[in-house]
Design a protein around this ligand. Structure first.
Ligand code: ADP
Ligand code: MG
Length: 426
């Protein structure tokens, strides 16, 4: 998929009401934002729009609020149906309990916490009490040039995730221009991520622009040799990615749990390692495809194996690509690390998705560290891979860490992302 989309710089925003879909879905614990990376990431687009004298209307989802059809708090259809199936005498109490839950969600998943954080970052922002209701409408209409309004959690409306045209229209009616800068939800066709573009001129913000440029650029016009490193738990999660990348890369490096399905497909033993028995034929097909295309397909030559799936499990390294009975592979071994590092260092473009082992546990993080340390990684996609690289302290060695887990996977699969496809072409 190649995208050549208009950005905020390609459209006149001065004095216009601009609706910006951000990814403010930040982790919150005990009322505190534990990681503000996503808010920081949105600042460039917000600051640009303010500087241009736009009337900025920010929106986002946060978490998964339920029971809530709109900000006036009604039960949604699914909830109503569930309650209707209960014995008559229980229905009233169940409805009250569900409403109570919804009310809690409205407080817990309000974007107030984001508004406060934006204020701390120097953005003078007002929070609307609703999304498309009277308060949002009044506040949007009253905006002056350079002022910023934040709408409430778009998922307070069940219509958002249904991409309901009426809801999209209502959102669009608040503004004159739409900017999508939420890469994390760009693979979803929801009202605020795609539907709204049916009613407004739509462009991307800086975050999405960068994702398209870096990932799209690597896939379409890579510097060779082009190497893809794929790991993580399962082959089945990454079939689409492997299939798409096999067409493009010179070398495919496999690590993580998925290596063991390939081992088994080749007739090796895998002990109690994670292995998808029903994917052995597929693994053989992928190996054959790589061979036919002349792609160098690298699998681990040694492994770190453990007695059980536990952080402090007894472990050892074996110089083999077969795993003994009663043991499971939880990381790539040293020889493999050397081989993979050498391959990475000599390459032109590297795309990485999926840790090389159970990198959450120190004893099984060496493989992931070695790959990260090789210092030649260009692009990293995938939620857990990005998190691993950050926790292990190698984030600054990467040229690009994608801001969307699921979205980056779909991008690497070559799938069309509705939140990007809906934007105006250059
Ligand atoms: P991403 O989110 O980057 O796409 P995945 O979700 O596919 O990555 O995989 C991440 C998970 O894979 C991690 O939780 C990690 O512990 C697990 N994993 C990696 N190697 C193994 C292994 N050998 N056995 C079991 N799980 C593994
Ligand atoms: Mg994952």
């Amino acid at each position: 998929m190649t995208y050549n989309k208009k950005s905020v710089e390609d459209i006149d925003v001065a004095g216009k009401r601009v609706l910006v879909r951000c990814d403010f879905n930040v982790p919150v614990k005990d009322g505190v934002i534990t990681d503000d990376k996503r808010i920081v990431g949105a600042m460039q687009t917000i600051n640009y729009l303010i500087a241009q004298g736009a009337k900025v209307i920010l929106c986002s989802h946060m978490g998964r609020p339920h029971n809530v059809l709109d900000a006036e708090l009604k039960l949604d259809k699914k909830e109503k149906k569930k309650i209707a199936e209960l014995p008559a005498e229980e229905q009233e109490a169940a409805a009250a309990a569900a409403l109570e839950k919804g009310k809690k969600d409205i407080t817990k998943l309000s974007l107030k916490i984001v508004a406060d954080d934006l204020a701390k970052k120097g953005i003078n922002v007002t929070l609307a009490k609703d999304v498309v209701g009277p308060d949002a409408q009044a506040k949007a209409a009253a905006l002056q040039n350079g002022e910023v309004l934040l709408l409430e959690n778009v998922r307070f409306h069940a219509a958002e995730e249904k991409n309901d045209p009426e809801f999209s229209k209502a959102l669009a009616s608040l503004a004159e221009v739409y900017v999508n800068d939420a890469f994390g939800t760009a693979h979803r066709a929801h009202s605020s991520t795609a539907g709204v573009a049916d009613y407004l001129p739509a462009v991307c913000g800086y975050l999405i622009q960068k994702e398209i440029a870096v990932m799209g650029g690597a896939l379409e016009d890579p510097k060779r040799p082009f190497v893809a490193i794929l790991g993580g738990a399962k082959v089945s999660d990454k079939i689409g990615v492997i299939n798409n990348l096999i067409e493009k890369v010179d070398t495919l490096i496999i690590g993580g749990g998925m290596a063991y399905t390939f081992f088994r497909a080749l007739g090796n033993t895998t002990g109690t390692s994670i292995c998808e028995e029903d994917k052995l034929d597929l693994a053989r097909e992928l190996l054959a495809k790589a061979r036919a295309k002349g792609v160098n397909f690298l699998l681990p030559v040694d492994n770190v194996i453990a007695r059980e799936y536990k952080e402090d499990a007894t472990f050892m390294r074996i110089y083999s690509d077969s795993i003994p009975d009663g043991w499971m592979g939880l990381d790539i071994g040293e020889k493999t690390q050397e081989l993979y590092s050498k391959t990475i260092v000599g390459s032109g473009t590297v795309i990485w998705n999926g840790p090389m082992g159970v990198s959450e546990w120190e004893n099984f993080a060496s493989g992931t560290k070695a790959v990260a340390e090789s210092g030649a990684i260009s692009i990293i996609g995938g939620g857990d891979s990005a998190a691993a690289v950050e926790t292990l302290g190698y984030a600054d060695k990467m040229t690009h860490i994608s801001t969307g887990g699921g979205a980056s996977l779909e991008f690497l699969e070559g799938l069309e992302l509705p939140g990007i496809a809906c934007l105006l072409d250059k």
